[in-house]
Design a protein. Structure first.
Lengths: 128, 348
């Protein structure tokens, strides 16, 4: 009968597995909580024209009945310029949260922020 | 024996690992059921209409969404007060014939106007579809201000408003249900269903579905639940436009409608002149930044949100109770007041 001993090798294996499991769990929890990254979806007449990362500054111009200049800057997106009659789109200001959207009705353009992975803070619709 | 111990320790460690792994499997499994789809239109009720739903395929979803949209287009044309459509007698036709002759219209117009009259009566006249004479003045002033970069405009004159206020009674709108005609006997009067038509139309077009979330310009109608049985999450817009919602609700078979002073407005001498006009004064009401109503029927919610925007909290609470509706008031300083039933719907 062999005696029960605890070798240094065992401790290393246990420590390694523990560390790996904790890291894994932490990674899942963090990614779920942060809602990960978000994208800007630009549509016209329901057709997707472009999908841009929200965390990269960019400018996108949409033609059509009117011309809209949409800007992504500092994690926000907004209509920087438009030659549409009402200018509602430009007056709407900037949005940054997943689920929020901006529109230019006359040009049939919608700019919407979408979460790249399921976000527990996301909503299905907005009243207001 | 030593080997046995080593195994048991390893098993505990593995168990840690597996909890992490099972979370990952759960997340991916939820994506293998019906997929989430969304459709958006900008051609009805001068606003953005979005339908969110789950279906086995994109075609399946689009067929349902199209059905909803087709019906909304019909309602839009019938309830339009600004445009004519070939072969359609709509509310504009009724207005154009004020003081002239009764107009034969689709049953859906009769139903809406009867509903509008009932809601006007039930809300002390605070949501009044018969006050087109007054809302037209404000609409024109807003349209004139649109070309200005800062939305600076000029409100209608006091005399114009006072005169228009003498033509807002429902008594001069003769609705003949048997003949399916409407006649405005006062030529200076007109119908404006802006505070009620969108919500009413959404309710009619949505009632055949039990698993969609419809949003028409901020009028949200949640039908049924998601396929996994979970509730729909509906945010209430922050009147200041920040990225945080003023509230987030978990609902099923409810409508959530907000009336706010930030929706359509122009600015005069630093004062925001918005589109919700108090029928008793003829001027934009200023009691709140926004009022949100939750109740099953979208038409009722739409009408109540306008009415309660024009009513003090106490009377508004009574009116809402009569319809079993829940309310959130947001005041100028950003503070909130809500009914207990509204608080019960808040997402944790």
């Amino acid at each position: 009968m062999t005696r029960l001993t605890f070798r240094r090798g065992d401790a290393v294996v246990i420590a390694a597995i523990l560390a790996a499991s904790i890291a894994l769990t932490a990674a899942f929890v963090l990614s779920a909580r942060r809602g990960a990254a978000a994208s800007v979806e630009i549509r016209q007449n329901g057709e997707v024209l472009a999908v841009l990362p929200l965390d990269e500054d960019a400018e996108f111009t949409v033609g059509g009945a009117y011309t809209n200049v949409i800007e992504v800057r500092g994690g926000e997106v907004f209509f920087a310029e438009s030659d549409c009659p009402g200018q509602d789109c430009v007056h709407s200001g900037a949005v940054s949260a997943a689920g929020r959207s901006l529109v230019c009705l006359p040009n049939r353009v919608e700019v919407r922020i979408t979460a790249d992975s399921p976000d527990e803070n996301a909503v299905d619709g907005v009243a207001g | 024996m030593r080997r046995a111990l080593r195994f048991s320790v390893l098993t505990v460690c593995l168990a840690f690992c597996l909890t992490g792994c099972s979370a990952a499997i759960g997340a991916s499994a939820s994506q293998s059921g019906p997929q989430r789809y969304e459709a958006t239109w900008m051609d009805v009720f001068d606003t953005v209409t979005t339908v969110v739903g789950y279906a086995g395929s994109e075609e399946e979803f689009e067929a349902r969404a199209q059905e909803f949209h087709d019906e909304m287009v019909e309602y839009h044309q019938l309830y339009d007060i600004y445009n004519d459509y070939e072969g359609v007698s709509n509310i504009k036709t009724i207005n154009d014939n004020a003081g002239v002759a009764p107009v034969e219209v689709d049953e859906r117009i009769i139903d809406l106007l009867v509903f509008a009259r009932d809601m006007c009566e039930a809300t002390d006249g605070k949501t009044n579809a018969a006050m087109g004479s007054v809302t037209k003045l404000w609409h024109d002033a807003r349209a004139a201000a649109e070309s200005d970069a800062n939305l600076e405009g000029t409100p209608p004159s006091e005399d114009e408003i006072a005169e228009a206020l003498t033509h807002i009674s429902f008594d001069t709108i003769v609705i003949d249900e048997a003949a399916s005609t409407v006649f405005i006997t006062d030529p200076a009067q007109s119908i404006d269903v802006g505070s009620i038509a969108k919500g009413y139309a959404v309710e009619q077009a949505a009632s055949q579905f039990d698993d969609l979330l419809i949003s028409a310009g901020g009028n949200v109608r949640a039908a049924g639940t998601k396929p996994d049985g979970s509730l729909w999450a509906v945010g209430v817009q922050n009147p200041d436009g920040g990225s945080e919602y003023a509230a987030v609700l978990n609902v099923t078979d409810e409508s959530v409608v907000t009336s706010g002073d930030y929706q359509r407005y122009f600015v005069s001498d630093g004062v925001r002149c918005h589109h919700i006009i108090d029928p008793d004064t003829g001027y934009p009401a200023s009691l709140y930044r926004s009022v949100t109503i939750v109740c099953p029927d979208s038409g009722t919610a739409d009408a109540l949100s306008t009415a309660l925007f024009n009513l003090p909290v106490e009377r508004g609470t009574e009116v809402a109770q009569a319809f079993d509706a829940q309310v959130l008031w947001i005041f100028a300083d950003g503070s909130q007041q809500m009914t207990d039933g509204f608080a019960a719907l808040l997402r944790d």
